[in-house]
Design a protein around this ligand. Structure first.
Ligand SMILES: N[C@@H](CCC(=O)N[C@@H](CS)C(=O)NCC(=O)O)C(=O)O
Length: 203
């Protein structure tokens, strides 16, 4: 059976695992299952996406799915054989999927997209608590991509986690401004915007 990735295209984590599948040349079907839905709860204890089904083998958590896809199929792996090189990539994947996701998606993009006050305007409470940390956060990211990709001169799995977040954040003014002021990040996003695994997973 074709690999199934369960989740919605607008989720940054769904996009990350799709990017890994595309980079590895693995055919997959995107099964449109919404967060919190009955179908999502059948695979994930809290109904989060993404989840995965490969010939009846079910898995959740984007980092686990990404590593499984990288290891389970023929062809050159994204993960280097060298233990320390692989550990450094794992480090950047985890940093992005935990700290950066919390900061930029949960405390910035999600409130812009979904949190409204009684009049239907954006509820900026969480956004306004988050933005003052941007110069430190984007400064760290600018440094982290200074060799070309995240923590490395080579494209790697961590880029599949970072780019969907940066792309979503750049739709909103404070993040857009912070990225524009960061030369390395601007160049990084321009390079990633030409990458088929990124452009091919926009929807
Ligand atoms: N740690 C999880 C986080 C997944 C996650 O937060 N997914 C979001 C969509 S991007 C979701 O399902 N949110 C709905 C919810 O938390 O109920 C992973 O890496 O897969």
């Amino acid at each position: 059976m074709t690999l199934q990735i369960l989740g919605v295209a607008f989720s940054n984590f769904v996009r990350s695992v799709r990017m890994v599948a595309e980079e590895r040349g693995v055919a997959y079907e995107l099964v449109p299952i919404g967060p919190g839905s009955k179908d999502a709860k059948a695979v994930h204890p809290l109904g989060q996406v993404p989840a995965m089904n490969h010939d009846g083998f079910e898995l959740f958590e984007s980092q686990s799915i990404a590593r499984y896809i990288d290891a389970a199929f023929d062809g050159p792996r994204m993960t280097p054989d060298d233990l320390q090189a692989a550990a450094v990539i794992d480090q950047w994947v985890a940093f992005t999927a935990t700290t950066i996701d919390q900061y930029l998606m949960r405390r910035y993009v999600v409130p812009y997209a979904f949190y409204k006050d009684a009049d239907g305007n954006t509820d900026r409470t969480l956004i306004d608590m988050t933005v003052p940390g941007f110069s430190k956060l984007f400064g760290a990211l600018d440094k982290a991509v200074s060799d070309g990709y995240l923590g490395s001169p080579q494209f790697n799995m961590a880029d599949c986690f970072l780019m969907p977040i940066l792309s979503a954040a750049s739709n909103f003014p404070e993040a857009k401004e912070a990225i524009a002021a960061s030369d390395n990040l601007t160049g990084y996003m321009a390079r990633m915007n030409e990458r088929a695994s990124f452009t091919g997973t926009a929807a």
